[in-house]
Structure formats: structure tokens, C-alpha cells
Write a protein that binds this ligand. Structure first.
Ligand code: DGJ
Length: 729
């Protein structure tokens, strides 16, 4: 899968689907040649402009390489201050205060499998035969600095992962101002750029624009990957749609500040760079030490956006998530948040548990408000001891009510936060992220604990462990409801202050590593005021994430459609909530709310104790339906068929790995009189098979090529239709 042609000094990483080619040019410059659909080999000499087109593209100092300019060549890890004026992959400052650095090839090694990254989550292999890794060491001998670029190609996935490690080989400090994880140079620029910007309760809104000249930056400076952007960008050919066309996608496996830049230069070439945001970042690299950048995942698809998503879904479900829940069906949960908020007592919860159990719910989750004096969001974060006023028998009483009924019990925490009104704050008024002597901004009335400090992490771990060790808890919802401000750590030397944001994330990963190792029986759900930190790094620790605080079935169509670009249904948690919806006031049918929520990892957030409810039989039927199809939804292949961003409808489907079963979801947004019929062409079926669908037996090829009219019985706003397909021969 990885070949080195020593004559041509060419690396070729390939599998049946993709190729990635690089060359070492005379002078040791490592240039990018090709990434995309599999080619047998790359034979041409490269057509890039050798002779600097003008003196404004400087030539390299080595006079033997007359005319060679870094400013025009596609590169693998472009340097700083030495003739390439495009976006740089790195910026280092040396003891003399200068920056100029040119990295050239020193040596390489090819290893079986995929080595783990120390301290950072990443995709992995279970067996060395699944992938090969190429480590190329580049050096600037004058600066005594080395960068090891690592490339892993999977044997049977359209994926190359990249990372970079910087090593200080000298005897003076190097200040790292920027260390990107990967650079991808393309010799053309006719691309559409896809991104997933968002806001609270409006996450992952798909946006597609033609890539114009200049530098386009997607980033986060919030100390978290953030609600505002996903650390993701895709470049696709303008004719690419869900079903066909080329896509190059990049997803950064990191939960903190990131920066992804796409630059189109004057010669219509495109550079994509992704890594930790250099904003408020500087790392002091002592002699003899190294700095490891997080992983960047590159996915290539020549089967449109569905092809891209399919690759991400399989990779993340099979080789990013880990632990005993990775391959396990996820329980249907009931959560009390939208029903009670902070206002509950044991009777109310037991009533909810009892009703949930009767409907077939498998896990009860007690959300925010169970600890200390937490009757509003102004207090008690950091004091993870049960509120005996609300729950006189402690958590044990509620847990027992669930366990006695054969249900599981789960609990909400927000471990990284502290309220000023808390015992923890009174004891440690300097444990939050802040600039000493400078006022702190608040978000949701709270401050952020300084997880870059081990003693802070240890105290929170101790408090959590006291609960998790005692109670039969099989699920934890880990929330994070604000972003970082005034980023500094008390006691950290001035020269190291700009390491704080990254050290915070390393501290978080260290905590999660220990927590998930100590409690393998617990299913962790990642949450951040909705999806404010729903990124691949968090998916490594927590196999499922809360997709949005917006539980409206129609608003969720766009949110879940956008989320599905990268994440499989098993990672996307979705709940059936009350109508009118509490976030947007929309009134929707229960069947529509079920259809949206059942397109992910199903939960219930209904006030089941209400005495006058007439919809409980329908809720029970929805749960029963989900149980019957859960394996297909959570572990099948997912195809988007109709986009709510482009049409008044939305449709998607799930197909089982053996193609024997499928589930089709159609949603009409607004109804109109005399609207044309909607015909859907299905995907992923066996063309030679016949499927039982909607009382008919229809051939797979007909369903995929002619399609199926789907709008029978659709006659009002916000309506859904769900059809099952089962192979009959
Ligand atoms: C934000 C979460 O997204 C909600 O689901 C809920 O857990 C609240 N926090 C609780 O404060």
C-alpha cells in the first residue's frame, strides 16, 4: 500500500480506491503530486512552473536549482519566511528571534498498522494489516529542528490520515507559533467549498459556495471546536451532488481552537491547511522535546457527498469510537430536562420512570439540577453531591426506581465548570480559567475550571468517582455549556501562558482517557449546550453526542442532515419532545417527531406523567418500531435522498449491510395545494432483488432507477412518512 520509488524519489500510498503521491525534488523539497482516485502510478514529470515567472516568486538559495521557487510548487509542509508566500504549515521562532525555516527530506520509514498518538485521540486499527503508515522526517539542519510527517493509509477505506510532530534537536528553545496537522495542495481551483457553520440550537447548517480567490478561513477561537463551526471543510467539483462527483474532505480530530484555511493563489492553485489555531497559541519547545499535532482525516470520494459520508460513518463508527458500546445497540432513553428543568423531586422522577418503563424505554437519564443547591443555572457547579432537599434518599432512590423496573440509570454532569456560588469556588477561588487580577466574563452565569491543571482535574475526578463507584450508573451525559475567555492559568510562567488553551484540551483528554478506562460499563454521551463540541475527538471517547438543544422535528431536519455529512446515526442523539416545541413553538404531529428522532439515536423527552395524555399508545408504538429497526438505523448504511436545504422536503434512508432490509424516511415541510407528486429514487439496494414495500413487491433496480412516488397521504404541513423495505427473494 505504500511504495517508495528510490529512482524517482516518489512515494505512492494507495489502495483499491485512492492514491496519494509525493516526490522529493532535488534539494530535498517534499512536494505534493496527486491525491484522489486510484491511479496505477504517476509517470509524468511535473508541469509546475520551474522558471520563476517573476522575481516576485523568489528562487531557493541553492544556485544549482536555478529557477526553482517554493512559491509555486504544491507542497506537503510549506515553510515559513523562505519564499512561499501562501499560507504556511508552521511558524517557529528561534533563540535569535527569527523565523526563516525550510524543511527538506532527511529519511523515511514505512511501518505496519497505525501507531497511537500520545495524549491525543485519533482513528486506530485493531490489526496491523488494516493500514500502513509512512513517517517522513524533514529537517532544517541549520535550525536543528525536525518535523516528522505521518501518513496512514487504510487498506479498504478511502482515507488518509495525517499528523506532524516537531522535534527540537538543538540546545536552545524553539517557540512554536503555528503547527498545522496537514497541508493539501491542489493544482486547480474550480471547487465548491462545503462547511457546517451554526449557532446554539441551529447547529451544522450546510453551506456550499464556489471557492473564490483569496484565503477562506474557518476557525474557532472559543477554546472548543464550537457550535459556530465544525472542524471540517470539503472541496468538491461544481457538478458534485449527493450521488456522484468528486469530493476531497478534511476533518480535524481536535476539540479546541482550530483553523482551516483554503487559499486560492494567483495561479489558480488551491491549498488547504488544517490544525490548531495559532490564535493565542505558542508552545515552548525545549531542547530534546517534541510537540505532537492532532490528527487530520482526509477522505476522497468519487461517489458524491453520500460516498464521502459513507466513508466517514464507517471510519468513525468502527475505528474512532471505542469501548464496549462501539458495536452495541444503544438504549432508548427518557430524559427529564424539558419536562422538569430544575424543578423536580423524587416522586416526580419516579412517576416519569414508571411511565417511561411502561412505554418500553430502557434507560432513565436524570439531567441537570440533582446536586447541591442547583435550582437555577446560577449555582453549585463544582459541587457534585446530591441535593437531599430534592432527593431525600439521595440518587440511590431514583436509581433503584429505574433498576427495580429493569431499566438503566444515567446521570448528567458538567465537570469542566464552576459556579461562583459553590463550595469548590469558595475553597479555590483561582481554579478557573482567568487572568489573575483581571475581570472574568461569564457564560450561563458560570466559569470554566482550569482543566490544564492536574490538581483541578483530580478533584473533579474524585467527586465523580465517588458517585460512579457507588451507584448503578450505566450512562453519563457530559455537558459543556460555555466557551473559554480570558484564557490563562494561574501559576503558569508567563512564557507558557499561551500554551493554556491547548493544555486545557490535553487535560480534558487525559481526564476522559482515565474516566472511560475506569468505567468501561458506562455509555458516555457528549453534549455541549447541544452540539457545541460535537467533533471527532470527542467521538473517540464518547460514542454518541447530543445533536442540538433544538428538539423541533422540522428544525432538526437541517441539523441532522448537516450532521449526517460526517457522523453516523448511532452518534447522533435525537429526542421526541412536546408540541408546541419549546425552542421554536412549532406544532407537529407525534409521528413526525418520531420520524426525525428515530433517524438517529432515539430518546424521549415528553412529560409522560401528564394525566390527560392520549398519545401514549402512539409513543409506545414508536418505541416498539424503533426497537425493531434499531440495528438497521444505528449500524446500517445511510443515504441522503432529498435536501431540506434545497427543497421543501427531506428524505433519507438506511440500508442493512446485507441489503436485505431498508428504511425510508420522507418529510414534507410546508404543504401546498396542487403540489406536484414527489418521486424518490432509492439508493444502496440490491438491483437484482425484489423488495416488499408499502404492500407491493418491487424490483431493486426499478426502485433505484425509476423511483417511488412517496407522497401518498401527505396532506398537511410538517408531515412524515416512513416505509420499510424487506427483500423477498
Ligand atoms: C444543555 C444541554 O444541551 C441540555 O440538554 C441540558 O442538559 C442542559 N444543558 C442542562 O443544563
Amino acid at each position: 500500500m505504500i511504495e517508495f520509488d528510490s529512482q524517482k524519489q516518489q512515494f505512492h500510498l494507495y489502495n483499491d480506491q485512492i492514491s496519494y503521491v509525493m516526490e522529493v525534488l532535488p534539494g530535498g523539497y517534499l512536494v505534493h503530486v496527486y491525491s484522489g482516485k486510484r491511479i496505477r502510478r504517476f509517470a509524468q514529470s511535473q508541469p509546475y512552473p520551474h522558471d520563476g515567472r517573476s522575481s516576485f516568486s523568489p528562487n531557493v538559495p541553492d544556485k544549482r536549482l536555478q529557477g526553482f521557487t517554493l512559491d509555486l510548487w504544491p507542497q506537503e509542509y510549506p515553510g515559513d519566511g523562505a519564499g512561499d508566500y501562501r499560507e504556511t504549515a508552521f511558524e517557529f521562532t528561534y533563540a535569535d528571534g527569527t523565523n526563516a525555516t525550510t524543511l527538506t527530506y532527511d529519511h523515511h520509514e514505512i511501518v505496519a498498522g497505525k501507531p497511537r498518538l500520545t495524549g491525543l485521540p485519533a482513528t486506530y486499527v485493531e490489526d496491523d494489516s488494516e493500514a500502513q503508515t509512512l513517517n517522513i522526517t524533514l529537517k532544517d539542519a541549520l535550525r536543528h529542528v525536525a518535523v516528522v510527517l505521518s501518513y496512514t493509509i487504510y487498506a479498504d477505506r478511502n482515507v488518509v490520515t495525517r499528523t506532524a510532530r516537531v522535534e527540537n534537536e538543538g540546545d536552545t528553545l524553539i517557540r512554536l507559533n503555528k503547527v498545522m496537522s496537514g497541508c493539501f495542495d491542489f493544482t486547480d481551483s474550480d471547487y465548491d467549498m462545503i462547511q457546517l457553520p451554526g449557532a446554539w440550537a441551529n447547529e451544522k447548517q450546510l453551506r456550499r459556495d464556489h471557492l473564490a480567490a483569496g484565503i477562506h478561513v474557518l476557525d474557532s477561537k472559543r477554546g472548543a471546536s464550537s457550535v459556530a463551526q465544525q472542524p471540517f471543510i470539503a472541496l468538491c467539483s461544481p457538478n458534485t451532488d449527493e450521488f456522484q462527483g468528486e469530493v476531497h474532505a478534511f476533518h480535524f480530530v481536535y476539540s479546541g481552537n482550530f483553523r482551516i484555511a483554503a487559499e486560492v493563489d494567483a495561479f489558480d492553485q488551491t491549498r488547504v491547511l488544517a490544525g490548531i489555531n495559532p490564535y493565542e497559541f505558542e508552545w515552548q519547545l525545549e531542547p530534546g522535546t517534541s510537540f505532537q499535532a492532532p490528527e487530520l482525516v482526509y477522505v476522497y470520494s468519487d461517489k458524491g457527498l453520500n460516498g464521502m459520508s459513507n466513508t466517514f460513518h464507517h471510519l468513525y463508527r468502527e475505528r474512532l469510537a471505542h469501548g464496549q458500546y462501539r458495536d452495541a445497540q444503544r438504549p432508548i432513553l427518557a430524559n427529564n430536562w424539558e419536562t422538569t428543568y430544575f424543578n423536580f423531586n423524587e416522586d416526580k422522577l419516579v412517576d416519569l420512570i414508571d411511565n417511561a418503563h411502561k412505554l418500553g424505554v430502557e434507560l432513565f437519564v436524570l439531567d441537570d439540577g440533582w446536586f447541591k443547591k442547583r435550582n437555577s443555572d446560577t449555582t453549585s457547579l463544582g459541587d457534585w453531591q446530591v441535593d437531599r432537599d430534592k432527593l431525600p434518599q439521595g440518587l440511590a432512590g431514583v436509581a433503584k426506581a429505574a433498576v427495580d423496573r429493569g431499566m438503566q440509570f444515567g446521570l448528567w454532569f458538567e465537570p469542566e465548570m464552576i459556579s461562583e456560588d459553590s463550595d469548590l469556588f469558595r475553597a479555590h477561588p483561582d481554579w478557573h480559567v482567568h487572568v489573575a487580577g483581571y475581570p472574568s466574563s461569564r457564560g450561563r452565569n458560570q466559569l470554566v475550571l482550569d482543566f490544564s491543571r492536574p490538581e483541578v482535574r483530580e478533584e473533579i475526578f474524585r467527586q465523580m468517582a465517588a458517585i460512579l463507584d457507588e451507584l448503578p450508573i450505566t450512562y453519563v451525559k457530559w455537558d459543556f455549556n460555555r466557551n473559554l475567555t480570558e484564557v490563562a492559568s494561574v501559576g503558569r510562567a508567563a512564557a507558557h501562558q499561551k500554551e493554556t488553551a491547548h493544555r486545557y484540551i490535553l487535560g480534558l483528554y487525559d481526564f476522559l482517557e482515565k474516566l472511560t478506562a475506569r468505567y468501561p460499563q458506562i455509555l458516555f454521551e457528549n453534549c455541549s449546550g447541544g452540539a457545541g463540541r460535537f467533533d471527532p475527538a470527542m467521538c473517540y471517547y464518547m460514542p454518541q453526542s447530543w445533536a442540538s438543544d433544538n428538539t423541533d422535528a422540522i428544525a432538526r431536519l437541517k441539523i441532522q442532515y448537516g450532521t449526517s455529512l460526517l457522523y453516523p446515526a448511532s452518534m447522533i442523539c435525537a429526542h421526541v419532545s412536546e408540541s408546541p416545541n419549546q425552542q421554536v413553538g412549532r406544532i407537529t404531529d407525534l409521528s413526525t417527531r418520531f420520524a426525525t428522532a428515530a433517524s438517529g439515536n432515539l430518546g424521549i423527552m415528553l412529560d409522560l406523567g401528564q394525566k390527560d395524555r392520549t398519545d401514549l399508545p402512539e409513543v409506545a408504538a414508536g418505541i416498539k418500531f424503533y426497537k425493531a429497526h434499531r440495528q438497521l438505523i444505528q449500524f446500517g448504511d445511510f443515504y441522503r435522498l432529498l435536501s431540506p436545504y434545497e427543497t421543501n422536503d427531506c428524505a433519507w434512508m438506511f440500508v442493512s449491510p446485507d441489503r436485505k432490509d431498508a428504511l425510508l424516511f420522507f418529510f414534507q415541510i410546508l404543504n401546498s395545494a396542487s403540489r406536484p407528486h414527489v418521486k424518490l429514487r432509492l439508493c444502496g439496494l440490491d438491483p437484482a432483488a425484489t423488495y416488499e414495500i408499502d404492500g407491493q413487491q418491487l424490483p431493486g433496480d426499478e426502485l433505484m432507477n425509476y423511483g417511488l412516488f412517496i407522497d401518498a397521504g401527505i396532506n398537511h404541513d410538517f408531515q412524515a412518512r416512513v416505509l420499510t423495505l424487506h427483500q423477498v427473494n
